[in-house]
Design a protein around this ligand. Structure first.
Ligand SMILES: Cc1cc2nc3c(=O)[nH]c(=O)nc-3n(C[C@H](O)[C@H](O)[C@H](O)COP(=O)(O)OP(=O)(O)OC[C@H]3O[C@@H](n4cnc5c(N)ncnc54)[C@H](O)[C@@H]3O)c2cc1C
Length: 415
């Protein structure tokens, strides 16, 4: 049982110079058997384990992470949260997540710093205007908030924006419930919550193979020995294809690097997330004051997690055109993550040809925002052995039946 974080625990621990805080989760050795093994200790894997234990009473669960929890895309992403996707299936999926974000800090007793500061997509040409109007209408019909803005209204929200740049700003669509959250805290909060329910979080434990007998998964091989399991859930993002191949499955996924970078910390200057699909740049400001920048994915497949100068240039150019005020801001850090991209830019939340082996992958450049919702419905699917109704359309089968959920336009700039 974890002690509750509160003003009283803060005061109590301050009396001992903050030297006696209990560790947030245990570091147990792997047991020989678990009812459910989750491969991948990113936010989504940890959220799955948390909801398995909390909502379905399945506590004999291990999360196996080859590195450290949150060290994959969860700790590398630009933390944009929104649910204004085009198709009904996506709206249901991402809005389920936004609804959970709204109460997540209270649910986990952990401040995930969810900040629904509003998310603005800019439109720079007639096509963009048509796209945001179509999407905005679709959002409206799905109960997802969307407000169309004129250039003057955009200027009201971002007073220093240059509306008449190379690609003039013709309007925008605003989702006020969108925003950001603190990525590490999401992984840590779910880890602490899952651990408190009895889940074993095992870091530095890479899954290297599966034990499959007569088409049924019986366990996994790891760098810390073989472990048997009733069910296995794969939540390995950029390495989805690599892990699936160990089970003899070829996923319709390609892995591309996606880069991001932050500036030196500044005083508060932009209190909203602004995205531009056409010129491939988006920007927000972290609570530490850094401007957080991102753009499109690298144009080639790779497992590199590094930043590169060409991408920096590709994003900074349009940023400086849109926001000349930032032209002298110094960049501080740049990095990359490996995104698992499907051909319709929607995730695969699915059973697989191997019985009791489930996948929750293919989130590509936009799965952070889905973390609570995806974990919640994947846990329900694992617990019941039937895909949750929100997850069902995201089956791997859609790539064979043709029932794709094509979010490529709405997700073009990633996230
Ligand atoms: C630069 C960048 C910016 C992004 N910006 C946004 C954004 O603003 N908004 C948004 O919604 N999304 C964004 N994304 C996408 C988002 O980060 C991912 O979709 C999401 O974090 C995926 O979560 P996850 O928990 O599935 O993956 P991860 O956090 O990557 O977790 C997967 C884990 O699996 C582990 N693993 C892999 N192979 C094995 C193995 N064999 N054995 C054991 N463990 C293994 C990895 O080490 C990793 O920790 C961005 C991504 C990047 C790279």
């Amino acid at each position: 049982m974890k002690s509750k974080y509160s003003i009283f625990s803060l005061l109590r621990n301050s009396l001992s110079y903050h030297e006696n805080w209990e560790s947030q989760w245990r570091s147990p050795d792997p047991k020989p058997h678990y009812d459910v093994i989750i491969i991948g200790g990113g936010g989504q894997g940890l959220a799955t384990a948390y909801y398995l234990a909390k909502e379905h009473g399945i506590t004999n669960v291990a999360v196996l992470e080859k590195g450290w929890i949150g060290g994959g895309n969860t700790g590398r992403n630009t933390t944009i949260v929104r649910s204004n996707y085009l198709w009904d299936e996506s709206a249901a999926l991402y809005d389920h997540a936004v609804n959970l974000w709204e109460n997540l800090s209270q649910e986990l007793n952990y401040n995930v710093m969810f900040s629904p500061r509003g998310l603005l997509h800019l439109a720079h040409n007639v096509h963009d205007m048509q796209e945001i109007q179509r999407r905005g209408n679709s959002n409206y019909m799905n109960g997802v908030d969307a407000e169309m803005l004129t250039p003057a209204q955009v200027k009201g929200l971002v007073p220093f924006i240059n509306l008449n740049c190379r690609y003039p700003v013709m309007g925008g669509v605003l989702q006020r419930r969108g925003g950001t959250a603190r990525h590490d805290a999401v992984a840590w909060g779910y880890a602490r919550g899952a651990d408190a329910c009895g889940v074993d979080i095992i870091q530095n434990c890479e899954v290297t193979g599966f034990d499959i007998q007569n088409g049924v998964v019986k366990g996994v091989q790891t760098t810390r020995g073989a472990i048997t399991a009733g069910k296995v859930g794969v939540v390995t993002a950029g390495h989805a294809g690599v892990v699936a191949e160990m089970a003899g499955i070829r996923l319709p996924i390609e892995s591309f690097p996606l880069q991001a970078f932050v500036s030196e910390p500044l005083k508060p200057i932009i209190d909203i997330v602004v995205m531009s699909n056409t010129i491939h740049a988006y920007i927000s400001q972290s609570d530490k004051g850094e401007l957080v920048f991102g753009g499109s994915g690298d144009p080639y497949v790779s497992y590199s997690q590094r930043g590169a100068f060409n991408q920096l240039e590709h994003v900074v150019g349009p940023v400086v055109e849109l926001y000349p005020i930032f032209s002298r801001v110094r960049m501080m850090r740049q990095w990359g993550g490996i995104t698992d991209v499907t051909l319709d830019r929607s995730p695969i939340i699915s059973k697989s040809p191997v019985e009791n082996l489930y996948f929750n992958v293919g989130w590509g450049t936009g799965g952070f925002k889905a973390t609570p919702g995806a974990g919640n419905i994947f846990a329900a699917s694992l617990a019941k052995g039937e895909m949750h109704p929100i997850a069902a359309p995201f089956s791997i089968d859609r790539h064979y039946s043709g029932a794709l959920i094509d979010e490529a336009a709405a997700a073009a700039v990633a996230h």
